[in-house]
Design a protein around this ligand. Structure first.
Ligand code: LP5
Ligand code: MN
Length: 243
């Protein structure tokens, strides 16, 4: 009896080693889990549910297979795949979650989220996020032809790249007060998130004691949180070197 959490895989056709590790994980591990939670940034960038590429179909097929075998899959959008929508959910059997969700993990309540909204010092990012999350803008964007959307995304990515490179590392980490604020809001002792690519288990000295588990990215190895009735571990998965 265990539940699995992953995030920040940044899947892309240009990194078959990550995709291979992910498919092995889905077929050999996730298949035996009580549930799989993907806490955002599954994709390096998701342009829309109309993505016609074989790569998009291949990833969707992995989820479809898993959910068809009876393993519930939950997905929280990240800052790179905030355009994953209802069509994706329907095609894969995955359940889309809101930005913050409280779940029960074998008797422990946990709030799960991508983690970008905890970085409250990153005001330029949060302003950008608010813009691209406007429903009317997404509605319009989703109606454009796929190749036009690809060009728009590539242009914006190029335009804002230098902005991120100038930010201090502390700005791009979570704000400790915001972590406590969110956990207090839901009255939970546990938070699980990704986004910062700083895998760790933080015990926050606060009364009552709180724990924050940060999932790792999949850049050089896989990162999986295995949570069971008897405890939890933040584990690594090796990439096969010959890909
Ligand atoms: O993921 P990571 O670690 O690389 O960086 C994130 C933040 N960056 C992003 C940017 C996305 O990855 C790329 C977005 C592509 C745009 C597609 C838009 C398509 C239109 C959709 C309309 C519905 O998320 C980065 C954080 C970092 O995490 C750490 O937390 O710092 O944030 C940025 O770098 C953002 C810049 O600071 C924002 C600069 C403002 C530029 C204004 C451009 C206005 C564009 C308006 C679009 C409508
Ligand atoms: Mn992210």
């Amino acid at each position: 009896m265990h539940t699995l959490f992953i995030s920040d895989l940044h899947l892309t056709p240009s990194r078959p080693d990550i995709t291979h590790c992910f498919t092995q994980f889905m077929r050999n591990e996730a298949i035996h889990a009580d549930a799989l939670y993907v806490l955002g940034d599954l994709f390096d960038f998701w342009i829309g549910d109309d993505d016609p590429t074989p790569f998009a179909k291949q990833i969707q097929q992995e989820f479809k297979h898993l959910t068809a075998q009876g393993v519930p899959c939950y997905f929280t959008q990240g800052n790179r795949d905030f355009l994953v929508g209802r069509r994706f959910a329907k095609q894969t059997g995955v359940t889309l979650l809101p930005d913050e969700t409280v779940i029960d993990l074998y008797g422990t309540s946990a709030v799960i989220l991508h983690g970008d909204t905890l970085c409250t010092q990153d005001v330029r990012y949060l302003a950008f996020r608010a813009k691209v999350h406007q429903p009317w803008l997404q509605w319009l964007f989703n109606r454009l032809p796929f190749f036009i959307k690809q060009r728009i995304v590539a242009k914006i990515q190029t335009d804002i790249r230098s902005d991120k490179s100038q930010k201090a590392m502390e700005i791009m980490d979570v704000t400790p007060d915001e972590v406590v604020h969110v956990m207090d809001k839901y009255q939970v002792p546990l938070m699980i998130h990704g986004h910062t690519h700083r895998p760790a288990i933080h015990h926050i000295s606060d009364a009552p004691q709180k724990t924050r588990i940060v999932l790792g990215d999949w850049y050089t190895q896989g990162s999986v949180l295995v949570y069971s009735e008897s405890g939890y571990s933040l584990e690594k998965r090796r990439f096969e070197s010959q890909l």
